[in-house]
Ligand binder design. Structure first.
Ligand code: COA
Ligand code: AMP
Length: 641
């Protein structure tokens, strides 16, 4: 479809109206958006401000998110429409679930969970690969008012155990394994170990056995009463009906990396989430019933929660769930095949995936083999879309390539080019303009707004729109400390950037120790904790440095204990293995450099930013607070030669 684009610098009218309305009259704006949802008890009030800064959306309403995602469409006669297309490049296999079929599977698995004693408000941890049962388990939780917490399959047992202990689930749902190129990831030994480590283990572990994954480690039947088989339980269970819950009740907890090793349990509510996601589908992604959306992410990340599972189903569209990589499964044409075969109109992926395709197929020879004319837009997020990758994708695909910026915490885009409301001219390097509901600003370290074009901390004025985090799981203090206390009245995004004269937002990077590796959010703090536990290490720093393919990669710098003699190669091998074992393969921790000392401020703070600038070979200023400038010189000599 083609829409008129506006000249740079002129605010698109429909966008400006919606944006202003959302900020000036948020109650009217979001109550109107709430009409898209089938409520058990409709909201009469949009925002409860009585407990500010703990705002609550739709405080007097009740609904069931699963009913909205499935039952409603079947009730309205769309049961035969495709809801979820599963496409695995790994097995390989394909299966389409209609709305009726998906509903039947979800209702049955909800019955299974209820049979295991899961009630409204109870937690269920889901540790699964990209198979339909992951989405089925999520929706089944939503159906009975249980709170799911999906843990990405690339995390190791210890990370899983940390999340289990925080969420304290009644049940853990898993599968016999995942498939990565060239290797099978056996899940059951990982789950076994995690359960063993946890203080609050689940009562039951339900295992979906994948026919493609055999091997002794999958023989969980011998592992005792804790373990149950998904199919056996489903065969004996009754279907469960949707349970109305308060709009403010939690739908899920999603753990994400913070600056410390302890992950943050981002809590999403039911009502605000449903309203915001439904609004975003038409206005941002331009997707509705009959359209196919493919988010090439993983259900373990927020993109997977919002745009593989919930949003497409809430609006009666079709979602694609893809198990595979952009390259090597089997080649750099994998994405284009999926688009052609399933008639995808919106593809949403991370820039790193496009860079991987470009690296393998710079002339887009693979692309030419497929008919991708169904694709109206390519959306990217997870990291900044670098102008080079933007230009390549735009030229090769011939469709708008739209960068949009968001976080696990917000659940949907803070800034975007609203393709369904008022497409605006794209500026390379910018995620365009603030989405309705988000009053975005840039402030200096004192909280004073900076002029346009000046870099600073990106903040969002409170209250945040619906769909954003309701808090951190059972840790209000950390929520306030992490996000709300830096600048009064603002949510601190942790990102830095600037806004130009046209109001376009440019997100440049993080101001904390969170890094993004191949679109995966990781904490350098948790890697440092692992590295520091090696007996030869006196102190260490892990920083995110530039990586041409993955955007960033972790890089470790260690100071040895006095008198310790260990070859650098051996130390590296041991540290890499420790991080992989304790955090997971997804950490992609491979670089280790032994240094004589770490550069620090006089108060003992490691100068990570300066270290990053040296490693990335960019200009840097020696901080005035430095304790010993010769340490920086030594580091520069070592890294830059
Ligand atoms: N379960 C188990 N292991 C996993 C995993 C999972 N779900 N996902 C990744 N891993 C492992 C990989 O097998 C790899 O292990 P290895 O060190 O043994 O090779 C390691 O974690 C790193 O994985 P990844 O970062 O994905 O690197 P890669 O080299 O396998 O692939 C890309 C590179 C760019 C193709 C890939 O990162 C990609 O497709 N990125 C897109 C990211 C994305 O969708 N992000 C979501 C935000 S929108
Ligand atoms: P996550 O919580 O995994 O979604 O990661 C959120 C972080 O990823 C943000 O705080 C940013 O640092 C980064 N990020 C996500 N999308 C973008 C984008 N479009 N541009 C720049 N950075 C992004």
């Amino acid at each position: 479809m083609s829409r008129t684009e506006h000249a740079p610098g002129t605010r698109a009218e429909a966008y400006a109206i919606a944006f202003e309305e959302s900020l000036e009259h948020p109650d009217t704006f979001w109550l109107a958006a709430a009409d898209a949802i089938a409520w058990d008890s409709a909201p009469t009030l949009a925002l409860d401000r009585s407990n500010a800064p703990m705002y609550r959306w739709f405080p007097d309403a009740t609904l069931n998110t699963c009913f909205n995602a499935l039952d409603r469409h079947v009730r309205d006669g769309h049961g035969d429409e495709p809801a979820l297309i599963y496409d695995s490049a790994m097995v390989p296999t394909k299966r389409t679930y209609t709305y009726s079929e998906l509903l039947a599977e979800v209702a049955r698995f909800a019955g299974v969970l209820a049979g295991q004693g899961v009630a409204a408000g109870d937690r269920v941890v889901i540790y699964m690969p990209m198979i339909p049962e992951a989405a089925i388990a999520m929706l089944a939780c939503a159906r009975i008012g249980a709170v799911h917490s999906v843990v990405f399959g690339g995390f190791a047992a210890k990370e899983l155990a940390t999340r289990i202990d925080d969420a304290q689930p009644v049940v853990l749902v898993t599968a016999s394994g995942g498939l990565e190129p060239g290797r099978t990831v056996e899940y059951l030994p990982i789950v076994d170990q995690a359960v063993e480590m946890s203080e609050y283990p689940p009562h039951t572990v339900i295992v979906k056995k994948r026919p493609s994954i055999h091997g002794s480690a999958t023989d969980y039947r011998d592992r005792g009463a804790l373990w149950s088989d998904w199919d056996d339980l489903a065969a004996d269970a009754a279907d469960a009906d949707p349970v109305p819950v308060a709009a403010t009740d939690p739908l899920y907890i999603l753990y994400t990396s913070g600056t410390t090793g302890k992950p943050k349990g981002v809590v999403r509510d039911n009502g605000g989430h449903a309203v915001a996601l439904a609004w975003s589908m038409r206005n941002l992604y331009d997707i509705g019933p009959g359209d196919v959306m493919w988010s090439a992410s993983d259900v373990g990340w927020v993109v997977g929660h919002s745009y593989i599972v919930y949003a497409p189903l809430l609006v009666g569209a079709t979602t694609v769930m893809y198990e595979g990589k952009p390259v090597g499964t089997p080649d750099a044409g994998a994405f284009w095949r999926v688009i052609e075969e399933h008639n995808v109109s919106a593809l949403f992926t991370a820039p790193t995936a496009i860079r991987a395709i470009r690296k393998a197929d710079p002339d887009a020879v693979e692309l030419a083999k497929y008919d991708v004319s169904s694709m109206a837009t390519l959306f990217t997020a997870g990291e900044r879309l670098d102008p080079d990758t933007y230009s390549w994708a735009t030229e090769k695909l011939g469709v708008p390539v739209v960068d949009h910026w968001w976080q696990t915490e917000t659940g949907w885009a803070i800034c975007a080019n609203l393709r369904g409301l008022d497409p605006m001219p794209i500026k390379a390097g910018s995620s365009t303009v603030p989405t309705p509901g988000y009053r975005v600003g840039i402030v200096d370290s004192e909280g004073v707004p900076v002029p346009s074009g000046t870099e600073g901390n990106i903040v969002i004025a409170l209250p945040l729109p619906p769909g954003t985090l309701a808090g951190l799981w059972r840790d209000e203090e950390r929520f306030v400390k992490s996000y709300l206390s830096a600048f009064d009245g603002y949510y601190l995004t942790g990102d830095t950037g600037f806004i130009d004269d046209d109001g376009y937002v440019f997100v440049l990077g993080r101001s904390d120790d969170v890094i993004n590796v191949a679109g995966h959010r990781l904490s350098t703090g948790s890697m440092e904790a692992v590295v520091a536990s090696h007996p030869a290490v006196a102190e260490c720093a892990v920083i995110g440095i530039h990586d041409d393919l993955k955007g960033q990669r972790p890089s470790g710098y260690v100071v040895l204990k006095a008198g310790v003699e260990i070859e650098e190669d051996i130390l590296r091998t041991e540290l890499v293995a420790m991080v992989r074992e304790q955090i997971g393969a997804v950490a992609t921790f491979r670089d280790v450099t032994v240094v004589p000392a770490l550069p620090k401020t006089r108060s003992g703070k490691i100068l990570r930013k300066t270290m990053r600038q040296i490693a990335d070979n960019v200009e840097y200023a020696v901080p005035s607070t430095i304790e010993d400038a010769s340490v920086l010189d030594a580091l520069e000599k070592l890294l830059r030669g």
